[in-house]
Ligand binder design. Sequence first.
Ligand code: FMN
Length: 346
Amino acid sequence: MEREPLNVADYERLAEEKLDPGAFGYFAGGAGDEVTLRENVGAFRRLRLRPRVLADVSGVSTAATVLGHEVSMPVLVAPLAFQRLAHPEGEVATARASAREGTIFCLSTVATAGPAEITEGVRWFQLYVFKDRGFTRTLVERAVEAGFSAILLTADTPHLGRRERDHRTGFQVPAELVPSLAGHDLLTPEQTFASMADDLSWRDVEGLASMSGLPVLVKGVLTAEDARLACESGAAGVVVSNHGGRQLDGVPATIEALPEVVEAVGGRIPVLMDGGIRRGTDVVKALALGAEAVLAGRPFVWGLAAGGEEGVLAVLQLLRAELELALALLGCRSPAEVTPAHIARG
Ligand SMILES: Cc1cc2nc3c(=O)[nH]c(=O)nc-3n(C[C@H](O)[C@H](O)[C@H](O)COP(=O)(O)O)c2cc1C
């Protein structure tokens, strides 16, 4: 690209130029016909903001508190697997950039770096529960020892969604990038997920919290029914997520599912969301509909592919600058001032 990237879409184009088609397709793709993948972005575009004017927006700050952590903005870095496919420094670079920008980094269970390699900033560990529960316990213990402060239990992946792009490109994770998960040799994403548990239930949330001593957030909630069960099961929070459109194709965009989850939770625990965040204006839309914070996934991997740690930092900074501008133009001095009145209903 000749000119400097101005936005997340520019970083995506840069990443597409740098990565081979198999790796790019792995990061970009979704399940089935990719209806939900497209909707995650499309539904944000359909929402309209209701700005207030003459609201004295001198000194706008994007700072926020998420589960008791002070962050520079309510935008967290979602867990994405196999980041060394995008850049040799992988998750280590993404985590460093997150710490430099003052936000929370989430490490995937199937990362190409272990918890002990991720040492800076506030870190949450995303957990996939394996059929081998002893092995699962080892994974959790490693994260606890490394100073991770919460568990994100991914609940929407009892089986791996079928991502047809990967079949078309014949994508395989190169052997040298296969995470060393305590002697489990995992080759393709399919093989990895074949060894994961499909018998998880709400009872596991409490068990995991007492085993780890950490707050457990349930990632992948899309309905009021499950939001209520999360509250009753001792979850410390929920993440409204459809796994970036990679699991059940045909589920709603997460920004469309958010209001029913927020209503069902009724303020008992924080509600976070991810999926389709590409602009600062998307962040304020999610806040207006009741999210305490959002996570973004692909935008940071595009930054990583484009320029390693500095590329991730650049994407974090551009989203923060966009959020700051959106807040000011909405008439809000902080994320906490965004309310449902800032979004048009119906
Ligand atoms: C390439 C890729 C890998 C992912 N790996 C994981 C993972 O290992 N664990 C997990 O819970 N979610 C995973 N996700 C889902 C993300 O955490 C997040 O829900 C999603 O990417 C948000 O959508 P966005 O990419 O539109 O921001 C992955 C998503 C992508 C695109």
